[in-house]
Design a binder for this molecule. Structure first.
Ligand SMILES: NC(=O)c1ccc[n+]([C@@H]2O[C@H](COP(=O)([O-])OP(=O)(O)OC[C@H]3O[C@@H](n4cnc5c(N)ncnc54)[C@H](OP(=O)(O)O)[C@@H]3O)[C@@H](O)[C@H]2O)c1
Length: 207
């Protein structure tokens, strides 16, 4: 997504990345990279705010997430809590911390998961991931309502089943293709579709 934003002609994008671990691929791009940031901590939220240094943000994309496979037995409460901290609470904290930097017309994109859909759940299990992404979806809807008067739109987006570390590279599409679809959804994002839960392919997903 960073590469694709930087490749756009008009308007030209200045892209800042706040991440925990930098990669050579990111380092080779012209984006500003601020690494060593764990967004589940107070220090990480402060570091995110300092990294972006009061600049207006036209597009804020919240990507970081964790999936751990939690069966019912044994119930791993620490794992479920960890997924809530990163998948649900951290994106909300980042948006709250940067709210004053979102001008009218800005967009926020939350990377959620279809596994957070209660209506679409026919295979069960994955307690921490499903619950935390459902909570993120609820936060995204509230953010859409709360930020609407300021002219900020919020997209709640499932990236597809993507070949990444999270899926052990067993997904159906590559990250490049997912980023292309996500950016198309972000381009379409406006006041009238803010707060909807969508697949990267454009389908609206059930809550
Ligand atoms: N891949 C899929 O098929 C799929 C499907 C549905 C939804 N999603 C969602 O899409 C997003 C991206 O997933 P992905 O497949 O790219 O996952 P991934 O390959 O596992 O990458 C996860 C990213 O989150 C970062 N991260 C983890 N904990 C963090 C923390 N405490 N603070 C800051 N960054 C942290 C990781 O940084 P480190 O490198 O430092 O660990 C890594 O950059 C996630 O929100 C995921 O839930 C993915």
């Amino acid at each position: 997504m960073v590469r694709q934003l930087l490749e756009r002609d008009a308007p030209a994008w200045r892209v800042s990345v706040v991440c925990r671990t930098p990669t050579d691929e990111l380092g080779a791009l012209t984006a500003q990279v601020h690494s060593g940031v764990d967004i589940t901590t107070d220090a990480g939220i402060n570091a995110t705010r300092s990294a972006l240094d009061g600049q207006p943000i036209d597009l804020l994309v919240l990507v970081a997430g964790v999936l751990e496979r939690n069966p019912l037995e044994p119930l791993d409460v620490a794992s479920i809590r960890k997924q809530f901290e990163l998948n649900a609470l951290a994106p909300l904290r980042v948006v709250a911390a940067l709210r004053a930097q979102l001008p009218a017309g800005a967009k926020v994109a939350l990377l959620t998961s279809r596994m957070g859909s209660i209506g679409d759940n026919d295979s069960g299990s994955h307690y921490g991931y499903r619950m935390s992404k459902a909570a993120l979806n609820a936060a995204g809807k509230s953010l859409a309502v709360d930020l609407a008067p300021a002219g900020v739109a919020v997209g709640i987006l499932h990236p597809g089943y993507v070949r990444t570390r999270m899926t052990g590279n067993s997904g159906l599409i590559d990250a490049d293709e997912s980023a292309r679809l996500l950016l198309a959804r972000i381009d379409e994002l406006n006041a009238s579709n803010s707060g909807t839960f969508r697949h990267a392919n454009g389908d609206e997903l059930p809550w």
